[in-house]
Design a protein around this ligand. Structure first.
Ligand SMILES: [Zn+2]
Length: 115
């Protein structure tokens, strides 16, 4: 469902509210914050009933990075990966110093072909 939207790998950092470790990632174009510890099925159900969301923890790419994938109604039927749930604190957006910017330089083609 989210394969055409932006996914960014998870990064671990301290929660600005409670200072506990959290995972921050972008999945399906949405920034998410989760606890890093996987939960059991019972814990996942409890979290879902209290309004939290759950995510599969996937590793992908070389070098491998951790991605979170929202457990939509199709994914939630099975457990193929570790599952994490949203962090309980209201996390404020990252400070300006935490934002990573990527500036792409234009490709420079020579005016005279090399061949
Ligand atoms: Zn917190």
């Amino acid at each position: 469902m989210t394969e055409h939207l932006i996914n960014r790998p998870a990064a671990i950092r301290a929660c600005p509210t409670c200072t506990h470790p959290i995972l921050r990632a972008t999945t399906g174009g949405i920034d998410v914050t989760t606890d890093p510890a996987p939960v059991s099925i019972t814990e996942e159900i409890t979290q879902l009933l209290s309004g939290h969301r759950s995510y599969d923890v996937l590793t992908w790419g070389l070098p491998q990075r951790i991605f979170l994938e929202w457990r939509d109604p199709d994914r939630i039927r099975t457990r193929k990966y570790p599952v994490v749930t949203t962090h309980g604190c209201r996390v404020t957006p990252p400070a300006a110093g935490e934002t990573e910017l990527v500036i792409r330089t234009p490709v420079h083609y020579p005016e005279i072909p090399l061949f």
